[in-house]
Design a protein around this ligand. Structure first.
Ligand code: GAR
Length: 207
């Protein structure tokens, strides 16, 4: 499996993927990283791990369609079997979603379908929910709406502030995303009628 990662920020989830892969390898390889802004932590991590990086900077293009064309070209150039959005903060164009249907994962810091979109941890605190967490799902053309692969729950302590909740959820993300990627690489995810079913590990399958 050729795994391509998309990221916009610090890249702690990307780093964690590389660490888990180094420790207990997936049946796959991390062939590249695409970032949509310069000077990201994610790109630094890729550079120090010899993972090729492509910058497709949104602001560099006059029209959104140009950005989308270059993004599609950049993605195709890596010939990925799986695309992983690890903190990628842009909505992907329909052409990419369709071409890679059920092969693009996204990580989102809430228990979807609750709190899609921006600042989900803030939304959760403002709503006063007592648990939140994180979700890995296949991307579809909606905002954080695609078939759910895996979720992890976080208890929200009384008086919790936004940064504390971000940190608590990130701890869970660092376990959840590598596990979802591993399941994909083992061909254990099947999507039927918008629902992801996780197949049991077969003989010879680790885990
Ligand atoms: C993660 O918390 C991820 O869930 C979030 O961005 C963060 C990236 O952290 N993604 C989204 O909000 C996507 N809607 P990282 O750069 O340290 O991996």
């Amino acid at each position: 499996m050729r795994i391509l990662t998309l990221a916009s920020g610090a890249g702690s989830n990307f780093q964690r993927l590389l660490e888990v892969h180094a420790d207990q390898p997936f049946q796959g390889q991390f062939v590249g990283l695409i970032v949509d802004r310069p000077n990201t932590g994610a790109a630094e991590i890729a550079n120090s791990s010899s993972v090729p990086v492509t910058l497709v900077e949104y602001r560099a293009y006059e029209q959104r369609s140009q950005f989308e064309d270059f993004l599609l070209q950049a993605i195709q150039s890596y010939e990925p079997d799986l695309i992983v959005g690890a903190g990628f903060m842009r909505i992907l164009p329909e052409a990419i979603i369709q071409r890679y249907e059920n092969r693009i994962m996204n990580l989102h810091p809430s228990l979807l379908p609750a709190f899609p979109g921006l600042h989900p941890q803030r939304q959760a605190l403002q709503r006063g929910v007592k648990v939140s967490g994180c979700t890995v799902h296949f991307m579809d053309s909606g905002v954080d709406t695609g078939p759910i692969i895996a979720q992890s729950v976080v208890q929200i302590p009384e008086g919790c502030d936004e940064q504390t909740l971000i940190n608590l959820i990130r701890i869970e993300e660092h376990e959840l995303l590598p596990e979802a990627v591993r399941l994909f690489c083992e061909n254990r995810l099947a999507v039927q009628n918008g629902v992801v079913h996780v197949k049991r590990a077969g003989p010879g399958t680790p885990g």
